[in-house]
Structure formats: structure tokens, C-alpha cells
Design a protein around this ligand. Structure first.
Ligand SMILES: [Zn+2]
Length: 237
């Protein structure tokens, strides 16, 4: 029934379209700067190692990610930095930019950067909320409209909305975490002479494009939250 609701489509289609635009921008920037070799010639894995070691993080391991293009991430539970082969093995501006960004997450973790801690603490709520919240809200609305259980349905729907609120909060907290990791990456790549001034512009272009994907994700989560609230109050009348 959700997908026949014009209001739902109105809220969801813009973020799907924006998501496609932003994704293709990331891919095109990445592929453009993958072809630009850095003057120092460090691969992504070497650049990340240099940044980690310079900050005393000798025990953070670097592994190759299995998820393919742009599957790069830092895993705080195992303290492993996983880099895609395009990043790990090549000495390009794009590769050192992405690798340094992921090393930035490892530094955040080591420094107890608060937004990262908050984000990690929200993970269980997000796993619950992203799967079940829409069904709880719909259940509450159905109790109200079909069974006349106005009070009970209202309370249940709000439990779902709060659960979905955790998803929206998570996507918002992700923004400072990602922007800060990119800021650290740019500063340290230049400071450690892994890139020069002009290469730094390429790094900035790649990381800025990637940052927009998180902005669009946050926008999508907030719009969905708004949709559910409007939907609940629309039914009350
Ligand atoms: Zn990141």
C-alpha cells in the first residue's frame, strides 16, 4: 500500500533522483583522479600506512576489501582499514584521497571523537528501526483507522516514529563524522608531503563528491520521518 501512496512517492522520488546524480558524480570524479598519478607515487595502502604510523597507530591493520569499487571503510570493532584494490594498489590522487579519509576514521576512533562514538552507539537502534519502524507505524495507523483503537494505535505509531527517528539521527551524525575524516585526510596528506598543492585540489574534488552522498542520505531519512508524521496526523482527522 505504501508504494501506491502519492505522498510517499512525492517524498521519496527526489532523494532517489538526487542519489543517482550524486553517485554518478562520485564515480566520475573517482575515475578522473584515478588516472592522475601523484608525484611521490605512494599507493593508497602506503599512504594510509604512513598516516597511521605517524600517529602511532601501528596496530591498525590494512586489508584489501572484497566489496569492489568504493567499498573502502574502517571497521572500528576489529580496528582494520579495508581498502578496495583500486585504492590499495594504485598511486593515484583518488586512491590516496580515499585511503587517507579511511585513515581519518581510524584517527577519530583513536582520539575518541565524540560524533563517531555517538554514531556507533546508534547502530543497534538503526538496525531495529530501519527494518521494523515502517511496519510498526503502519500497524499503529491500521489499529486507529480499521479497529477504532485510537489511543493504542497512536502510541504504537509513535513508537515506530521514534524508532525511525534513530535512523534519521544516525544519518545526521554521519555528516560531521564524514566531513571531519575528509578534513583530516586533506590536512595530513599535505602535511606529510604525500600530495602537493595541485594534487590536493583533486583530493578535495573526490572527497567533496563523496560527502554529498551522505547529505542526500540524511535528507532522505529526514523526509521519510516527516512523511510518517504527516501520515499519522493526516489519519487522525
Ligand atoms: Zn568515511
Amino acid at each position: 500500500m505504501l508504494f501506491y501512496d502519492p505522498l510517499f512517492l512525492l517524498f521519496i522520488i527526489p532523494t532517489i533522483v538526487l542519489g543517482f546524480i550524486v553517485q554518478s558524480a562520485v564515480k566520475s570524479k573517482f575515475s578522473k583522479y584515478s588516472k592522475v598519478k601523484t608525484y611521490r607515487g605512494l599507493t593508497g595502502a602506503q599512504a594510509a600506512r604512513e598516516i597511521l604510523d605517524a600517529n602511532g597507530l601501528y596496530d591498525v591493520r590494512i586489508e584489501e576489501a572484497t566489496g569492489g569499487l568504493l567499498s573502502d571503510h574502517y571497521d572500528p570493532r576489529t580496528r582494520v582499514l579495508r581498502l578496495s584494490s583500486e585504492v590499495a594498489r594504485y598511486p593515484s590522487v583518488a586512491a590516496v584521497g580515499v585511503a587517507a579519509h579511511e585513515a581519518g576514521h581510524a584517527l577519530q576512533h583513536a582520539n575518541n571523537y565524540f560524533p563517531l562514538q555517538l554514531r556507533s552507539s546508534l547502530v543497534p537502534a538503526v538496525q531495529f528501526g530501519s527494518r521494523l519502524a515502517p511496519w510498526i507505524i503502519l500497524g499503529g495507523i491500521l489499529l486507529q483507522s480499521l479497529m477504532g483503537l485510537t489511543q493504542l494505535g497512536f502510541v504504537i505509531a509513535w513508537v515506530g516514529i521514534i524508532a525511525y527517528g534513530a535512523v534519521a539521527l544516525f544519518s545526521l551524525v554521519t555528516l560531521p563524522v564524514e566531513l571531519n575524516a575528509s578534513a583530516r585526510a586533506k590536512k595530513l596528506l599535505y602535511q606529510y608531503n604525500i600530495v602537493d598543492k595541485s594534487e590536493l585540489n583533486g583530493v578535495t574534488a573526490v572527497l567533496n563528491a563523496a560527502a554529498w552522498t551522505y547529505v542526500v542520505a540524511a535528507l532522505g531519512a529526514i523526509l521519510q520521518l516527516l512523511y510518517w508524521i504527516i501520515r499519522l496526523y493526516g489519519r487522525r482527522r
